[in-house]
Ligand binder design. Structure first.
Ligand SMILES: *[C@@H]1O[C@H](CO)[C@@H](O)[C@H](O)[C@H]1NC(C)=O
Ligand SMILES: *[C@@H]1O[C@H](CO)[C@@H](O)[C@H](O)[C@H]1NC(C)=O
Ligand SMILES: *[C@@H]1O[C@H](CO)[C@@H](O)[C@H](O)[C@H]1NC(C)=O
Ligand SMILES: *[C@@H]1O[C@H](CO)[C@@H](O)[C@H](O)[C@H]1NC(C)=O
Length: 394
């Protein structure tokens, strides 16, 4: 990294950090100006007279350069003065993202089920999990009625829950409640959100290696300029969230521990969505579960997310709801079709209907995109049970 790049960045960032000019009795501006001058002089000195034995940035890198260099994980550096909440929020987010992952000898995946009640596919999940005890944890948030568990893996795994209303912030609250519960176990390193209509598309080892073998989170994220995207944005989200940062994506995420912690820690962006992204607000139907996480991660860690979800759903019929699979639909061919998809699709909701298609890249390799499938009717259970070892054989 070039010395003068660091210098330019640190000056820009320092300027933003300065408190308002007219604050009587404050000694900080003077203190900061002196510090800036010292940094400048040292860096210019280091640039003009590069030392032989010690690189100046070796010294500064650990103390001065790097904290300012990556102070803002944001895609765009705003030229405005940050609010108190933003300064606080950014420092917390920055430290969470910089945290090394806590070493754990026994890394587990947390499967978090968001369901109204009983889970129709417990027996299928049991088949998927059997023999892998110690490498997963289960959490169930049942928002309407107490589930009847038919698999020992799910017994006693219900967390305290609250009512969830479709499209409302209570959906995000339930996700955060699941994450907070799952984070209590330090062995949980990856967190998968699933619904009652979700089924596994691969065997356990495949899923485990896929999720644990990469440093990115699978959060769906794209820009939709149409009525189901940016038209849901409101200027009330300013100044923290600009319209250009508003994103859309599927609710069903699969994320690493750092990102789970970040979601639980965030209150600034969460509150913006709680207040201003809800059905019927100012004549707009905004659904926080389709926008909060895509927008948050686009802003704070865009390269840390895959931009697609590992949970498949079929929107190809172009209806208001995705295709839901009936028992008669379930064949080996259907499952092989879904598991062989290796491109992610996004379509804008404006009149252009722009189709964005991208290869699913995993650690630089093109791989199948999907590990789980969504929208299976309970009646598909028997057929899926019979086919499971067949369609999940690699
Ligand atoms: C993930 O990041 C850590 C620390 O940056 C690194 O040591 C590790 O090799 C990375 N793992 C993968 C699979 O990229
Ligand atoms: C996801 O999209 C962002 C831009 O929004 C990009 O910077 C990032 O590299 C993408 N992630 C991956 C893994 O390609
Ligand atoms: C599987 O994919 C092929 C090729 O796209 C298609 O012709 C076929 O109808 C699909 N089958 C099922 C059951 O979805
Ligand atoms: C799975 O079923 C298909 C169709 O019935 C069959 O052709 C294939 O050999 C089976 N594969 C395995 C691994 O059992």
């Amino acid at each position: 990294m070039k010395v003068h790049d660091a210098w330019q960045l640190s000056i820009k960032d320092m300027a933003m950090l300065q408190p308002p000019r007219h604050r009587p009795g404050s000694k900080r501006p003077m203190w900061i100006i002196v510090l800036v001058s010292l940094v400048c002089v040292s860096l210019i000195g280091a640039y003009v007279y590069p030392p032989r034995r010690f690189s100046a940035c070796y010294f500064f890198a650990s103390n001065v350069c790097s904290p300012f260099k990556d102070w803002l994980p944001l895609t765009t550096v705003p030229s405005r003065e940050l609010t108190d909440d933003e300064i606080a929020s950014r420092v917390v987010i920055k430290d969470i993202l910089a945290m090394p992952s806590v070493p754990s000898k026994n890394q587990k995946i947390a499967f978090m089920f968001l369901t109204p009640g009983t889970l129709p596919f417990e027996k299928l999940w049991e088949k998927f999990l059997l023999g892998h005890e110690g490498r997963f944890s289960i959490y169930v948030h049942a928002s309407r009625e107490k589930p009847v568990h038919v698999s020992p893996f799910f017994v006693g795994r219900d967390i305290r829950s609250q009512k969830v209303e479709w499209g409302k912030i209570s959906m995000i609250d339930a996700e955060r409640r699941l994450l907070a519960n799952a984070l209590q176990d330090p062995d949980n390193q990856h967190f998968v959100l699933l619904s009652d209509s979700c089924v596994p598309l691969h065997n356990f080892d495949y899923v485990y290696n896929y999720l644990m073998g990469t440093n990115i989170s699978f959060i769906d994220c794209f820009k939709d300029p149409g009525p189901h995207g940016n038209a849901r944005y409101t200027a009330h989200m300013m100044p923290e969230i600009a319209e250009g940062d508003f994103r859309k994506g599927s609710q069903w995420f699969s994320i690493k521990r750092q990102h789970a912690l970040l979601i639980v820690a965030d209150s600034l962006y969460y509150n913006k969505f709680k207040l201003y992204c809800k059905p019927g607000f100012e004549g707009r139907n905004c659904y926080a579960d389709e926008h909060y996480l895509p927008t948050l991660f686009y802003m704070v860690d865009p390269t840390g997310i895959a931009n697609w979800s590992v949970t498949h759903v079929d929107w190809s019929e172009g209806k208001w709801h995705p295709k839901a699979y009936r028992a008669k639909d379930i064949t080996y061919e259907l499952l092989k079709n879904i598991t062989s998809i290796d491109q992610s699709f996004h379509v804008t909701s404006d009149e252009k209907r722009l189709v964005m298609q991208k290869p699913c890249m995993w650690n630089g390799m093109k791989r199948p995109c999907y590990l789980f499938g969504r929208k299976f009717y309970p009646e598909t259970l028997d057929k899926l049970m019979n086919l499971f070892s067949n369609y999940t054989a690699i």
